[in-house]
Design a protein around this ligand. Structure first.
Ligand code: DQA
Length: 150
């Protein structure tokens, strides 16, 4: 069976490319998704993408991922720092989830240093710009293959 990975993006990430390019770069979310899709084809896995500015929509997507996806990659944007509800959803579905950020949240304002999600995620990748997404994809695919062989 093909490995299926859900890629979730939270609030304001639809503005990538024009939003504070000195921090987030000039790559758009469509560019990132296209590059991930290209890599996923090579790696023989299936990706689904959802971006939402609404907390509840992200939570619904996490719930609906149960039984459908083996991994979740999430850039929850500012909800990372505030959302106990997204954290609880990740914990509830028990799908291994990788938290990612374009920027190094630990090098920025103090309020970005705390992640509500990190304790229920496999790990956190941040500070590598668009490459954060590709690194998370690599992890999911390699772990997914190992689990498939086991
Ligand atoms: C972000 C970091 C968050 O602090 C911020 O609110 C974002 C983007 C990142 O990818 O660097 O919206 O998640």
């Amino acid at each position: 069976v093909m490995l299926r990975i859900l890629v979730l993006n939270g609030p304001n990430l639809n503005l990538l490319g024009t939003r504070k390019p000195e921090i987030y770069g000039t790559t758009t979310l469509a560019d990132i998704e296209q590059e991930m899709q290209r890599r996923a084809k090579e790696l023989n896995c299936q990706l689904s993408f959802l971006q939402s500015n609404h907390e509840g929509a992200l939570i619904d997507a996490i719930h609906n991922a149960k039984g459908q996806y083996q991994y979740i990659i999430i850039n929850a944007g500012a909800y990372t720092h505030t959302s106990v509800a997204i954290r609880d959803a990740i914990e509830a579905v028990e799908i291994p989830t990788i938290e990612i950020h374009l920027s190094n949240i630990h090098a920025r304002e103090e309020f970005r240093h705390v992640s509500m999600l990190a304790p229920v995620c496999v790990g956190q990748i941040c500070g590598f710009g668009a490459m954060s997404y590709m690194l998370a994809l690599q992890y999911a695919v390699e772990m997914g293959k190992q689990n498939d062989e086991a």
